[in-house]
Design a protein around this ligand. Structure first.
Ligand code: FEO
Length: 393
């Protein structure tokens, strides 16, 4: 196995899950990595672990550097299954290892993975390794109560846990050896699907990071940042502040094509304003991709015909997902056709409000749209896009 070095005495020992396409509902078209890092100093320290199904590979990677039995310390920045569930297999080898973890993390780790030598760390605590040390910064609710990051001042490495991660398997472990456009796309996808509900906390976290000299960001997923740190920090600042582009989405499903015709006319109207207008149908487009596109959009229109007195399940599933992710403050409106009775717009509007979006009046039509109706749809899209993205002059 190749040894992958980040800095003097610091190795990447993570694993790539090239074939995973569903990360608890998040579609991962480029696979997933579970990153872990080994620091070889007077004390041997493993930072983060991997999913339990990759424990053998983690141990093999560690063994290519030194026997896993020599591990003195394990830093568990987070206890979620994807990056911590290999703990029991690692502890079978490194039975004497001390684990450094937040109080919230220790409680859950004991329940999930077993009782080991958990040592509670708090904000500002330091772990001496020899030449190097790790300084702990707690980030509760980014994105779990136990979350923390570890900073190694000697080599200026931030072990950033889920923050700055991306679900992507790339040949190189580093940003500068990878397709940067793909990495950035997946960083946006990751932020939207994992971190968006906690955006209000991002500013504070970046404030803590702002005081650190950072030459490497080593996240728990995706490539390691060393050449584009400023770029990813700027992206997080933009997303965390709710920054948007002149962009709107039109997302719809349709039974017999009437709501689709409305959606296309609404899209025409929105595009006429000059904004970046994008049309999506859940199913062909994965919900997690639509959410990633929504992250930097100023607004979105959601369309469904009435089916059984309510909205179509495809739109319902997406809006339920958005209710949890809370794309707060973005402009939203619903539209769609109905036949014998309505109901879809009421369902959609309720969920859009619960998602924290700023709701505009809906546009509904009985049966199929006429030429005049389609012209009204264009105007609806035009006016919505102008309101979401006011003209600059
Ligand atoms: Fe990558 Fe929240 O675990």
């Amino acid at each position: 196995m190749n040894q992958i070095k980040l800095a003097k005495g610091v190795y990447y020992v993570g694993c790539k899950d090239w074939k995973l396409r569903d990360f608890h509902g998040f579609t991962t078209v480029r696979g997933v990595t579970y990153n872990a890092y080994l620091i070889v100093d007077e004390k041997i320290c493993l930072v983060d672990l991997v999913k339990n199904t990759f424990a053998d590979e983690l141990l093999a990677r560690i063994s290519s550097i030194l026997p896993p039995e020599k591990i003195d310390y394990i830093v568990m920045n987070h206890v979620e299954n994807d990056q911590a569930s290999a703990l029991p297999q690692v502890m079978e080898k490194a039975a004497g290892a001390k684990i450094f973890i937040t109080a919230a993390g220790a409680k859950e780790a004991a329940r999930l993975y077993g009782q080991y030598d958990y040592n509670i760390v708090k904000e500002g605590d330091k772990l001496e390794l020899g030449e190097n040390s790790l300084h702990f910064v707690t980030l509760p609710m980014l994105h779990w109560p136990d979350s923390m990051v570890a900073y190694m001042p000697g080599e200026k490495i931030l072990f950033s846990n889920d923050a700055f991660g991306q679900h992507i398997c790339a040949s190189s472990p580093f940003d500068d050896g990878s397709d940067l456009a793909a990495v950035m796309e997946e960083a946006q996808n990751y932020y939207a699907n994992i971190l968006m509900p906690y955006s209000k906390l991002i500013g504070g976290a970046l404030g803590k990071a702002g005081g650190l000299a950072i030459e490497t960001i080593a996240p728990s997923h995706g490539v390691i940042w060393r050449s584009h740190i400023k770029d990813i920090l700027e992206k997080y600042a933009f997303w965390g502040q709710g920054g948007v582009k002149d962009k709107v989405l039109v997302v719809y499903d349709s039974m017999w094509g009437a709501t689709e015709r409305m959606a296309k006319a609404i899209w025409e109207g929105a595009a006429k304003t000059g904004v970046d207008a994008r049309l999506y149908k859940p199913g062909p487009a994965e919900n997690s991709r639509i959410v990633a596109e929504l992250l930097d959009a100023a607004g979105a229109l959601f369309g469904s015909p009435t089916l059984n007195y309510g909205m179509m399940p495809s739109i319902g599933g997406l809006l339920l997902y958005l209710k949890g992710l809370k794309p707060a403050g973005k402009l939203a409106a619903s539209f769609g056709t109905y036949g014998w009775s309505g109901g879809a717009q009421k369902d959609m509007d309720e969920l859009l409000q619960k998602a924290g979006m700023s709701l505009e009046p809906a546009l509904t039509l009985n049966w199929a749209p006429s030429a005049e109706d389609l012209s009204n749809c264009e105007n609806f899209g035009f006016n919505f896009a102008n309101k979401a993205c006011p003209p600059k002059h």
